[in-house]
Design a protein around this ligand. Structure first.
Ligand code: ZN
Length: 885
């Protein structure tokens, strides 16, 4: 592993030559909404560092009509577009000396349907009838490499510059950008809005949004904060506005530098893209990730909003004020914002169990998962990559937005923080921000700041986690004496002959309670006061001393470490006896590790279900959700399998008790997460064909049709999904009609998700074409197909449909999605032949940029095929043995 160097402008990778550096852009854009085009002009001040004969910058799908340099027009022949490399090359009439120069360009471009560059959104205005009342508005999405679709620019993050935007929009529209409006004047055909210039920043952080918008606002510290949404919806931003004020105070303190811009806008977009984007001073969100309707939104939506806001706002410092030099350090941006956002959310909302459970930020299907687990699942496979990876092309930059980048980065930072301590870690972050504000960095700059703060060699510890793929499993062996022998090796799933690797592991461990009979005598007092010990495991083996042979030992305390633990039989037995004394974090960690060991073929399935059956009864959300996720995985794996019915009976028996404790209706004094768990259980039991749950959902749906308030918002998505799953034609049409009618994107999604659940092949064929219509926002419509592939149990029908309509579907996706879409539809197959089919389809039809996604999904399909064969007999034997247990 060669250590990366600290940031240096000259040595930063990228396509653009570094002799010419833009310092100030002044851009004027005039959209033509009828034609879905725009025209623009710009003046760029350039600092030329060495004499040059030509200028090389980025442009994509732009036509350049005029160019001039230092006030002199360039001939047409001097303007060259290199389409493949997304470059604009301007030949200069003679060699230009070092110093300040000016470039002026006139250009025109397209307003796109998908969230790339400048795009449009059609939406229904609040209170207007469906379809007929379709409105249009504009937005932008530039990360990673699409600012060049809006104006010609040095579109690599290291080229920081001040951007001053002017735009012409209809008179009754509101226009928003990174900075406040400086002047506004009426001109022919609308009004011209001039925004103040930004501080020096990377091009991908520019934003422009305009439409028939409303806002609510307040002030927090020195900052004007606003929530902006389409007319009639701004008040639904009240929760987001309050959260923003709270989070701003926390970050101003944490980073040690107050938020640097005069205003911060949180902008709800009714379509265009699915996630959220940290444009400096003007963050964009897909509407349901920002707007909260106290009467109709679920607790899940509320928690998600807080977390997404906390993540995006962390970027205002980490990402925007200090920016990674190149896309090979994207993990630094995303891993950090994910970690910081979760930390902040947990700080203000400890009751949500956010460290244990969290929605995947960019996952369009809103699958609930455990952050670390999602990263570790991908990281155990042959298709994984180091979190720091070489990025040469735009397509590779767009492929870097994956689980490993976001979640392994976050897990590693969390492990490091717990090892160094919160205060030391924060001091390191403050040093880092202070030293690099308004500039760029590499990962090494962060390690240096943390090393200074902690006096520990962070770079050395970190290298194994960031520069090499995968992660370790620590094997625990007890010899009957007081010594515990530890061995580390690489942990893999479905990955034969994986290269052996080694890590410096910041281990934590604790001795849990007492053996069963002694703890019974000691009452409930055991456990408290035994703080976790730490050990930096630097070699292949290590030994823990003085561990009493009769006491149980738990490694990876609270599951904060990014490694698995495999206990020998003696240690496992002691742990099972100590279960009631373990906190929920440690129980979830044991469940996750046990299930991973089963997947890896390191343990039989009885290890996992043996643990589940030994758990004390509880309604703790994260623990029950881990079990629900595993049961759900097996239930999908066994579609069309003879073992499925028997498995479903067993699975229901594991969940039933918890549901009966909770009941259908909220109870006074229940845990704050009870609503989430109740909803998860209804959905899970419904999927497992529980007749009482199915009947209960149908009954509640009938009442809901008459009186929507009769169904608690927390339960709506689950109840509708179960109704949709077993729907007849009439029910399907009813759900569809409700989906068409509502102007709330959150509600709309609930109805369409329910349609995608249907297991009746006739209805599946009715659901799929919705992806081609404009009933749903563009960015959401195309995800109906993967939803059907997953939920209906008919991935074959979904694939047949997508294959026939691929071109239309891909036209609706953004750059990040395009590389993954086709492959993602195969994820839920579990036959080897389908992996082969994907391979040949990709070869004939997909771009090379899709290769990582294709490889990942092929691996997943092959794993499922193998796992299914291995699991079925083991599970059968386990269930048959239940009566004897
Ligand atoms: Zn982010």
């Amino acid at each position: 592993m060669t250590a990366e160097k600290p940031f240096s402008f000259k040595e930063t990778p990228g396509k653009l030559p570094k002799q010419v550096v833009p310092t100030d852009y002044s851009i004027r854009i005039v959209p033509n909404i009828d034609k879905l085009t725009f025209s623009g002009t710009e003046t760029v001040t350039l600092s030329v560092r060495n004499p040059v004969r030509q200028l090389v910058l980025n442009a994509l799908e732009l036509e350049i009509s005029e160019a001039s340099f230092d006030g002199k027009p360039l001939p047409k022949s001097a303007i060259k577009i290199d389409k493949e490399n997304e470059l604009l090359i301007l030949a200069l009439p003679s060699e230009v000396a070092a110093g300040d120069h000016t470039l002026a360009l006139s250009f025109s471009g397209k307003i796109n349907q998908q969230g790339q560059g400048l795009f449009y959104m059609h939406y229904q205005e609040q209170g207007s009838p469906p379809v007929a009342g379709k409105k249009i508005m504009l937005g932008t999405q530039f990360e990673a490499t699409d600012a060049r679709r809006f104006f010609p620019c040095w579109d690599e993050p290291v080229f920081r510059a001040r951007f001053q935007l002017t735009a012409v929009v209809p008179e009754n529209w509101l226009a928003v950008s990174n900075m406040p409006i400086e002047t506004e004047k009426n001109i022919a055909g609308g009004k011209e809005v001039r925004f103040a210039a930004t501080p020096p920043m990377s091009s991908y952080l520019n934003v422009f949004v305009a439409g028939g918008l409303d806002l609510i606002e307040s002030r927090s510290w020195q900052t004007q904060i606003r929530v902006i949404a389409t007319k009639g919806k701004a008040e639904l931003g009240r929760y987001a506005l309050e959260a923003t004020a709270q989070i701003l105070g926390y970050y101003n303190d944490y980073f040690g530098v107050p938020y640097p811009l005069p205003k911060l806008d949180q902008i709800a977009l009714p379509g265009g893209f699915g996630g959220a984007m940290e444009n400096w001073g003007g963050i964009t969100y897909y509407e349901s990730a920002l707007l909260f309707d106290p009467k109709n939104s679920s607790a899940e939506t509320k928690q998600n909003i807080y977390e997404v806001i906390a993540h995006e706002m962390a970027h205002m410092w980490f990402g925007d004020l200090v920016t990674m030099a190149w896309w090979d350090n994207l993990w630094l941006n995303e891993g950090f914002a994910s970690w910081m956002g979760t930390k902040c959310t947990a700080h203000f909302n400890p009751q949500w169990e956010v460290w244990l459970r969290r929605e995947l930020p960019r996952d369009p299907t809103r699958r609930v998962g455990i952050v670390k687990e999602a990263a570790m699942e991908s990281d155990a496979r042959a298709t994984t990559h180091p979190i720091q990876q070489r990025i040469a092309t735009e397509a590779e930059a767009n492929s870097a937005f994956d689980d490993i980048t976001y979640k392994k980065g976050q897990s590693f930072l969390r492990m490091l923080e717990s090892f160094l301590g919160e205060d030391v870690f924060r001091d390191g972050i403050r040093r880092y921000i202070a030293a690099h504000k308004y500039s760029n960095t590499t990962t090494t700059d962060l390690w240096n700041a943390l090393s200074e703060a902690s006096k520990k060699p962070i770079g050395e510890i970190a290298a194994g986690w960031t520069a090499q793929p995968g992660f370790p499993v620590v094997r625990v062996k007890r010899g009957g004496d007081e010594k515990v022998r530890l061995t580390q090796e690489r942990f893999t799933v479905n990955f034969k002959n994986a290269p052996a690797l080694q890590w410096k592991i910041p281990l934590t461990y604790s001795i849990v309670g007492l053996p069963a009979e002694a703890s019974a005598q000691a009452g409930a007092s055991a456990q408290a006061g035994e703080a976790p010990a730490t050990l930096l495991m630097t070699g292949k083996t290590a030994t823990l001393q003085n561990i009493p042979a009769d006491r149980s030992l738990k490694l990876n305390v609270n599951g904060a470490g990014n490694y698995r633990v495999e206990y020998d039989a003696a240690s496992w037995k002691l742990l099972l006896e100590a279960l009631p004394k373990l906190g929920v974090e440690d129980r979830v960690n044991l469940l996750s590790d046990a299930w991973a060991l089963v997947q890896a073929g390191r343990a039989p399935v009885s290890l996992y279900f043996g643990l589940v059956e030994k758990l004390p009864a509880s309604t703790e959300l994260a623990e029950r959700e881990q079990i629900i996720n595993v049961l759900d995985f097996i239930n999908r794996l066994f579609v069309n399998n003879p073992e499925r019915e028997k498995f479903q009976r067993y699975a229901r028996s594991l969940l039933r008790q918890t549901f009966e404790t909770l009941g259908w209706e909220p109870k006074e004094g229940e845990l704050p997460t009870a609503g989430n768990l109740r909803a998860s259980l209804i959905k899970a039991l419904g999927d497992l064909n529980d007749p009482e749950i199915v009947a209960g959902c149908r009954e509640r749906f009938e009442k809901y049709l008459v009186n929507p308030a009769s169904l608690a918002p927390d339960l709506r998505s689950s109840v509708l999904a179960v109704v949709g799953r077993y729907a007849d034609e009439k029910t399907w049409s009813k759900l569809h009609e409700l989906g068409l009618k509502t102007t709330s994107n959150e509600e709309k999604q609930n109805y369409y998700n329910a349609l995608a659940e249907s297991i009746d092949p006739t209805l599946v064929k009715k659901t799929l074409p919705i992806a081609l219509s404009d009933e749903l926002p563009t960015s959401r419509a195309l995800f109906i197909v993967p939803l059907v592939a997953r939920d209906s149990g008919r991935p074959d029908l979904a694939w047949e449909f997508a294959k026939a309509n691929m071109k239309t579907l891909l036209a609706k996706t953004d750059a990040v999605g395009a590389n993954q879409y086709a492959a993602s539809l195969f994820t839920f197959f579990c036959e080897d032949s389908r992996a082969d089919e994907l391979k040949s389809y990709a070869k004939a039809n997909l771009s090379p940029a899709s290769a990582p996604a294709v490889a990942k999904v092929m691996d997943e399909v092959q794993f499922r095929a193998e796992f299914k064969k291995r699991l079925a007999p083991q599970l059968n034997a386990w269930i048959d043995g239940k009566e004897r247990r």
